[in-house]
Design a protein around this ligand. Structure first.
Ligand code: PLZ
Length: 449
């Protein structure tokens, strides 16, 4: 078939013209198997040709409804007009000088935007990097340098990346850490207020979990040894877990009282995804440092650490950097993505997506007892699957529903410590008819398994 260009003008429809995967995708899968390392997984068995708005078109001409956004990245849609325009102009001007050698305006402008947009009205500064993991690594470097302390506290079900330090910060063994040790020292894991699985019930969860965290830090780690507490305000890979209300403000208060740097990892939850610019805003938590990536640049690799100016300025000159961090094309794309978020009021779009999706997911939970809980905020929603009548995770049904959705033209992802959570991350620019149709496909998939 002829090549189709992507972006917002791509026909917004679900259309299956071959079996899934089609012949072209099967051919490419065979080449992938021969040339690409086996450790790189494939969630969908099809190869992409174009994408835009709420659809991904494969190389056989099948058009999928996109409930994944490339893992919460293309919130403004694929090849969004302002992203293409600004990145394109920058591509033609220059592709790289290295921000540490001959800096450029785009880098500064992105940092100015980050200072305006992230929670809190204190003086802020930023450093730009390439990936989420690199941002989290740098946040830890900055917190350790600024405090002169070493210990870093992270949470059960947390996910922060695949580099050596961030593997240590990440909770789950398979597939992220298994066989890849030894891991970095001075990392301590504490309980997360996970209401659905809190042993004494959701109503006690926030208070009891916070008490356990505080006791562990005070008695086992030592507040004066603790450089940072790193948390996801709405946990991503671990299962779209919303910490019980009250838990995060209590942890924030404890951190502030003991000079511990509070680091919010907003890499998945940030940039309008949860219906606010940042998920921390939900309970008014103001972190000292914020890590961002994914949604920041409409699909180009860019990440940042943003935070209190005095913390960000602590490290010596030359202590922070990297060859590509804040690449000029990625910065231009970020400015285009932020422009789109403002112009289209994407936080409001995310809230509208929740308004459309949540009632339908709740109705599915009534109809299918395998759905144990519906949760999330904005366009970061999920269902957790259990053996009916229990809380035993049902990963097998999760995989079966996932595969049925893929075969029917809906791109969805799973997640969760127990592999039993279906997560929904549509581009925030998705049209409502497509959103409804995606939910129809999901409902049929549940009915069929
Ligand atoms: N922090 C909260 O969600 C990336 C990873 C998928 P990178 N999540 C998707 C996978 O299997 O690799 C993520 C995140 C949070 C950090 C990261 C890491 O961001 O850009 O993938 O390094």
């Amino acid at each position: 078939m002829t090549e189709q260009s992507g972006g917002p003008s791509l026909p917004q429809e679900r259309r299956l013209v071959t079996e899934i995967p089609g012949p072209r995708s099967r051919e490419l899968a065979a080449r992938k198997q021969a040339a690409v390392a086996a450790g790189v997984p494939t969630v969908m068995p099809v190869f992409a040709q174009a994408a835009g708005g709420g659809v991904v078109l494969d190389v056989d001409g099948n058009s999928f409804i996109d409930f994944g956004s490339g893992i919460a990245v293309t919130s403004v849609g694929n090849s969004a007009e302002a992203v293409v325009r600004r990145a394109g102009e920058q591509l033609a001007r220059f592709t790289h000088t290295c921000a540490m050698i001959a800096p450029y305006e785009g880098y500064v402008e992105v940092c100015e935007e980050l200072a305006r947009l992230t929670p809190g009205d204190h003086a802020k500064k930023s450093v730009l990097l390439n990936s989420g993991a690199e941002a989290v690594e740098n946040a830890v470097k900055i917190a350790r340098y600024a405090t002169g302390r070493q210990a870093v506290v992270v949470f059960e079900h947390g996910y922060h990346g695949r580099t050596n330090l961030t593997m240590a910060l990440t909770a789950k063994d398979m597939p992220y850490k298994h066989g890849f040790g030894p891991f970095a020292p001075e990392i301590y894991r504490v309980p997360m207020a996970y209401p659905f699985r809190w042993l004494t019930g959701p109503e006690n969860c926030a208070e009891q979990a916070a008490a356990q965290v505080i006791e562990k830090i005070t008695k086992e780690i030592g507040t004066e040894n603790t450089a940072a507490i790193v948390f996801e305000p709405l946990q991503g890979e671990g299962g779209f877990i919303e910490p019980a209300k009250g838990f995060l403000p209590r942890i924030a208060e404890f951190a502030a009282a003991h000079g511990i740097v509070l680091v919010a990892d907003e890499i998945q939850s940030g940039f309008c995804r949860t219906g606010q610019w940042f998920a921390c805003e939900d309970e008014g938590v103001v972190p000292d440092l914020v890590t961002t990536a994914k949604g920041i640049a409409g699909g180009l690799p860019l990440a940042a650490v943003t935070g209190r100016a005095e913390l960000m300025d602590a490290a010596h000159v030359g202590g922070l950097g990297g060859t590509y961090g804040g690449n000029p094309v990625a910065c231009a794309a970020a400015l285009g993505a932020i422009e789109t978020m403002r112009t289209l009021d994407l936080p409001a779009r995310a809230r509208r997506i929740e308004e459309v999706m949540k009632p339908r997911l709740r109705a599915m939970a009534e109809r299918f007892p395998v759905i144990g809980e519906v949760r999330g905020r904005g366009a970061m929603l999920a269902v957790e699957l259990v053996k009916p009548g229990t809380k035993d995770p049902d990963a097998a049904t999760t995989s079966a529903v996932l595969a049925a959705c893929h075969r029917a033209g809906l791109l969805v992802l799973s997640c969760g410590t127990y592999g039993n959570v279906l997560r929904f991350l549509p581009p925030l620019v998705i049209g409502e008819p497509l959103l409804e149709e995606g939910l129809d496909v999901l409902e049929e998939a549940f009915a069929g398994v």
